[in-house]
Design a protein around this ligand. Structure first.
Ligand SMILES: [Zn+2]
Length: 250
């Protein structure tokens, strides 16, 4: 087969992933290659791509390119993606997640807001990919190789290294603002909290907590008891900071 050239144009914030940080790239190919492999060879994980046009025609990742072509690659927030609505490749409103082991602070924020996030600090890459694919969760990570795994259907590469910024990114990418239920989920193990009678958990409480508080919630997963003590104010401040950022950007 004669070598051939493909020209790629990356729209929205996708140039972020390219080494050159520029929107245009060219690749020389010696064999028929899938669109997914061509795009990912440029550094862009398929989970970040919402629309692909090859010579102005919408195609999916599995399509094989065997001759010269112009490929337009759009991110989920590209302004131009109002076209070809039925050809979009990503799902916006995913509600369940799995996060890689480096993202403890992001996970705490998301659980605080009531979002379902599986997290194992010592989990291996293989387990992350399996949890994402078998349980249909979106994989949150800063490891783009993981997102390039074919078994990962949904995922998101966190642009920022700052936990607050990361939280805002995830809420925006998956349209989560309307479904937040703060203080409904265990920060340690992700289970949904249940109301607890004071008498039943009184043995777990410090003396002053026994005196000053009457309303408690307990995690059926790990047994952790929650109440609106001094730590509660700190958490409420964190929620307010997140909400303020979301509103500022709305
Ligand atoms: Zn728990």
């Amino acid at each position: 087969m004669n070598p051939f050239k493909v020209r790629l144009t990356f729209h929205g914030d996708l140039p972020f992933f390219l080494r050159s940080k520029r929107a245009n790239a060219e690749r020389r190919l010696n064999e028929r290659t899938s669109v997914k492999d061509i795009i990912e060879a440029c550094g862009v994980p398929h989970t970040e791509v919402d629309l692909i046009l090859v010579n102005d025609q919408p195609l999916d990742f599995s399509r094989v390119i065997g001759s010269e072509a112009n490929i337009d690659v759009f991110s989920i927030d590209s302004k131009a993606v109002t076209l070809f609505q039925e050809n979009h490749l990503q799902v916006r409103d995913i509600r369940n997640f799995v996060a890689d082991g480096h993202l403890g602070k992001l996970v705490r924020d998301l659980r605080l807001l009531g979002i379902n996030v599986v997290y194992d600090r010592d989990g291996e890459d293989r387990q992350l990919v399996e949890t994402a694919s078998r349980r249909n969760r979106a994989l949150l990570t800063r490891d783009r190789r993981l997102l390039m795994h074919a078994a990962v259907r949904h995922g998101y590469y966190l642009r920022s290294q700052n936990p607050l910024e990361q939280t805002i990114e995830v809420l925006r990418r998956f349209d989560l603002a309307p479904v937040l239920t703060p203080f409904s989920r265990c920060l340690r193990c992700n289970a949904l909290l249940e109301p607890a009678e004071k008498q039943k958990i009184i043995g777990q409480l410090e003396p002053l907590t026994r005196i000053y508080y009457d309303q408690f919630r307990r995690c059926p997963g790990c047994g952790q008891v929650y109440w609106s003590g001094s730590h509660f104010e700190k958490l409420q401040k964190r929620i307010d900071a997140i909400r303020n950022r979301l509103q500022a950007e709305a």
